[in-house]
Design a protein around this ligand. Structure first.
Ligand code: ARG
Ligand code: ZN
Length: 877
């Protein structure tokens, strides 16, 4: 496959559009396999543009062009050029109306971009470049237009017809058909356009804004899901309230709609006034959704709602600026969730995502800055770097400015840019201007890829009663970026005395924020009368790796005493990391592993301490994931890594059996199901205890019965899945029986079946790949449904490090077969599935060779999509 077919786009090539759009009127005549779209668009020359080619170039893909009219006159075939990707004509006037008629096939659209069908209902996904699969248009975010949308459809199969904005007209057409006209008063880029048509029911509510406007809230779902929307609706109202309280931001249309569909490439989409969601991010009941699902729904509903200001009212100039809206909106949803639930737990979850996935991306061939400089396929840049590292960058500005000035910066950003398409630079300028803080050096976080490493050494000078902290920063080279300039890094630190009390009187209760700007810099703390224990990078104040030699005693001390709850967890996780990696090293040296008795004592002490926050204790007890630990090895050794971690788990299980059992019993009381932080914390602690109890080798029969009992009697999905997950890790007849029971019970619920597929895919048992392969043929599985692909194939390849990396190479071949299959139907999902293969250079020569051959196989495929090409190609470079 040649490179010319997959052109690279560069940020530096940005030009303002030559033509702007004053308004667009769309008419959809919906038919399953042949929908006709008529777009009447008023164009005018952009006075800002200096390119005067006179050519109007409109993007368009995968459609049949029926006709083109310029100011009413039908153009002859020689008056325009049409290719597989665009339509070009020379209008010869500064202002004109163009009518474009296209025909599209929503049923055949398996890529799920543009207009497609999901369970017989029509829906759209236009971000980033899906609108060009609906009509020929300047499909770029800096062309904002007023949209009016007329939808005509069959009354029987499509009683509901929705688009952005307000319903201004509807009526009958005869022939069993009807129509609706929607008008969106806010100019928007076409990526925010949406259409939904189908047989749906609405769940209604209202929200009164602080200025007293009543907003109609409507969630549309298939009738079978009618009772599963309460949590999403409650979350929406909380999000609306929070955005008013924290940012003074009010909703701006009279109606806010959410639609849930089963087939969706991502989580959800913030189309103006008409958010479309993956049903996984909407539907929940205690019986069918876990606590994590409830939290996830609350976060995503809020995220999409928050986009109405950070994304829609102020949007991106071009897709290189994607983090302008995504990093900022992720930061906003994380803060919202922290305010609604446990702040410390939220922070730990967010940091685990960064450490487990973003750091890995940052150290591999796909490493890119938060604001990328180049891409082949923009869909490949909806990444943990743009989203989650982007959110960390916003968080660091919040730390450097403080909450009050950060809010001033947000206010200035909206005052300056409401209604505009802007850049990350514009955002930072608003923050700097509002606060007076110089963010010049800070902006390197947007342009330099890679995870900075901060080397720390601390020294207490007894005679001078002084503590000196010496910091050194560096950042490894990433593709296309060899040398890096130093970052401006906010480092929150505390010093603890021997009784665990904070010694610094910083502005944030014993925490001081240091600003590291140089490659090497020292910070001095006067009046430190005893040797302190350093609590470094509190709250994970920057997305960096820390190199700091702390003894196990110091870590155990921090675990017990740190006033920063995040760092308590960090100490626990660091301690277990050290112990697991030590075990792995012994296994690699063919030595008998032994579990460090001080570590066992620290865990025991942790279990015996009265747990003020059960969720935090549960998190502290969990060993780091294999995917995280793998990053700590020079050459990843999947087998010994798995064995070492399992050894530690089973040893803790037998040495601390009584403690785990007591914790289990103390927290097993399940009254009425509630999703408060306390109740969720209790359940997670109980289920971590159960997992440890079940990790004993060989399995304790009484515990096994206890676990099966929990599964059988569970009144909620959290407890049922926790028990089932323990059982699926142990071979035997009962495993099959319980899995079968679960399948039969939930056969009609695709979201619950996703869990069933995943549990089997992540099992460490030897025949997991064979089982996964068999499950591809299960009638409930479908390669056309992204949730199913992720639940089974994604879970095995990205969530089962040990079995996926089997040295036979069977896992690699399996994934490659699936990627080749998906490349033809859904390139976006195919490209996402590639990620476990991209980091092949971190493995031993045998595995390297096996993976490289599969990547080469992928690159040799005919009609390889740009999505898959880009990632496979970069991986081999
Ligand atoms: N803007 C959406 C969000 O809220 C993501 C949509 C991306 N879709 C895609 N096909 N890449 O994060
Ligand atoms: Zn988003």
């Amino acid at each position: 496959m040649s490179t010319e077919q997959h052109a690279t786009r560069r940020r530096e090539d940005y030009r303002v559009p030559e033509y702007l759009v004053e308004e667009i009127r769309l008419t959809f005549q919906l038919y399953a396999e042949s929908t006709v779209v008529t777009a009447d668009t008023v164009y005018a020359v952009n006075q800002q543009s200096t390119d005067c080619t006179g050519r109007l170039q409109l993007s368009g893909e995968n459609m049949e062009l029926v006709e083109v009219r310029l100011d009413g006159r039908r153009l002859e075939a020689d008056e325009f050029e049409v290719s597989a990707m665009d339509l070009i004509l020379v209008p010869g006037k500064d202002r004109f109306e163009l009518q474009v008629v296209t025909r599209i096939d929503p049923v055949a659209n398996t890529a799920l971009e543009g207009l497609y069908c999901s369970n017989g209902n029509y829906c759209t996904q236009c971000e980033p470049e899906g609108f060009r699969r609906i009509t020929y248009f300047p499909d770029r975010p800096d062309v904002l237009a007023r949209f009016t949308t007329r939808i005509e459809g069959d009354r029987q199969t499509c009683p509901v017809l929705l688009s952005n904005g307000n319903l201004i007209e509807s009526g009958e057409l005869g022939n069993g058909r009807h129509y609706a006209v929607w008008q969106d008063p806010f100019p928007k880029p076409c990526y925010l356009f949406a259409l939904v048509a189908g047989r749906l029911v609405a769940i209604d509510d209202t929200f009164t804004t602080r200025s007293g406007r009543d907003i109609a809230l409507r969630i549309f779902v298939e009738a079978r899901n009618r009772d599963l929307c309460d949590h999403a609706m409650r979350s929406l109202k909380k999000a609306m309230q929070w955005d008013e309280d924290v940012y003074g931001l009010e909703y701006d249309l009279d109606v806010f709609m959410i639609v849930a569909v089963d087939d969706f490439n991502m989580g959800a989409m913030e189309n103006k006034g008409l958010n479309i969601f993956n049903s996984r991010c909407v539907l929940a009941s205690p019986q069918s959704a876990t606590d994590q699902d409830f939290l996830g729904i609350e976060g995503v509903v809020a995220h999409e709602y928050f986009h109405n200001w950070t994304g829609n009212r102020v949007t991106c100039r071009d897709w290189f600026q994607l983090s302008l809206k995504e990093g900022l909106t992720v930061f906003r949803d994380q803060e919202f969730s922290s305010d609604m639930n446990s702040r410390a737990v939220q922070r730990i979850d967010d940091v685990q995502l960064i450490r487990n996935f973003q750091f890995r991306e940052d150290s591999g061939p796909m490493a890119h800055p938060v604001r990328p400089d180049a891409y082949v396929e923009i869909n490949n840049f909806y990444t943990v770097t743009v989203y989650n590292k982007g959110a960390e960058v916003i968080r660091m500005m919040h730390t450097l400015l403080g909450a009050a000035d950060f809010r001033k910066g947000m206010d200035l950003y909206f005052a300056r840019h409401d209604g505009q398409a802007v850049t990350c630079d514009d955002f930072v300028a608003a923050m700097a201007d509002a606060s007076g803080v110089d963010l010049g050096q800070f902006k390197r976080w947007y342009s330099q890829a890679g995870t900075p490493v901060v080397k720390v050494s601390g020294q207490w000078l007894a005679e001078k009663r002084r503590y000196v902290l010496r910091l050194r920063q560096s950042c490894p080279a990433t593709p296309g970026q060899d040398g890096k300039e130093p970052f401006h890094i906010p480092i929150a630190v505390g010093l603890l005395d021997s009784r665990g009390r904070d010694m610094l009187n910083g502005d944030r209760d014993g925490t001081r924020v240091l600003e590291l700007r140089e490659r090497e810099q020292s910070f001095s703390f006067p009046d430190i009368g005893e040797k302190p224990v350093l609590s470094f990078l509190r709250g994970f104040s920057a997305p960096v790796k820390v190199e700091l030699d702390q003894s196990r005693e110091e870590l155990a001390f921090l675990l017990a005493h740190d006033t920063d709850l995040f760092n308590r967890w960090y100490a626990a996780s660091k301690l277990s990391e050290i112990v697991v990696m030590e075990t792995v090293a012994r296994l690699q040296a063919n030595a008998q592993p032994v579990l460090d008795s001080d570590f066992v004592a620290a865990v025991r002490a942790n279990l015996q301490r009265p747990a003020s926050d059960k969720a935090l204790l549960a998190l502290a007890l969990q060993l780091p994931a294999e995917t995280y630990l793998a990053q700590q090895m020079d050459t990843v050794d999947p087998v010994n890594l798995h064995r070492g971690r399992e050894f530690v788990r089973s040893q803790l299980s037998s040495l601390l059996a009584d403690e785990f059992r007591r914790i289990y019993d103390d927290n097993n009381e399940e009254g009425e199901y509630r999703i408060t932080p306390e109740a969720m914390g209790r359940r997670s602690l109980k289920n971590v205890a159960l997992a440890y109890l079940m990790a004993r080798v060989p399995t304790d029969e009484e515990i096994y019965a206890l676990c099966c009992g929990q599964y059988a009697e569970a009144g909620n999905m959290t407890d049922a899945i926790a028990a089932l997950s323990c059982v699926t890790r142990i071979e035997g007849r009962r495993r099959q029986e319980i899995l079968h029971h679960f399948y039969t019970r939930w056969q009609a619920d695709p979201l619950v079946l996703d869990k069933w597929f995943t549990l089997q895919a992540v099992s460490p048992l030897a025949d997991t790949l064979a089982e996964v392969t068999r499950l591809l043929a299960n009638p409930s599985f479908s390669m056309k449904n992204p949730n199913k692909v992720r639940a089974l194939i994604g879970a095995f390849c990205s969530g089962n490090h040990y079995r996926f990396h089997d040295v036979s190479g069977a896992g690699y071949a399996f994934l490659t077969d699936r990627i080749i299959e998906l490349n033809a139907t859904n390139p976006q999902i195919a490209a996402r599935m590639l990620s476990p293969l991209t980091v092949w250079k971190r493995y031993d020569p045998v595995r390297q060779d096996l993976i490289r051959r599969q990547l080469e196989r992928i690159l040799a495929v005919d009609n390889l999509s740009g999505d898959v090409y880009e990632i496979a190609r970069k991986s081999l470079q």
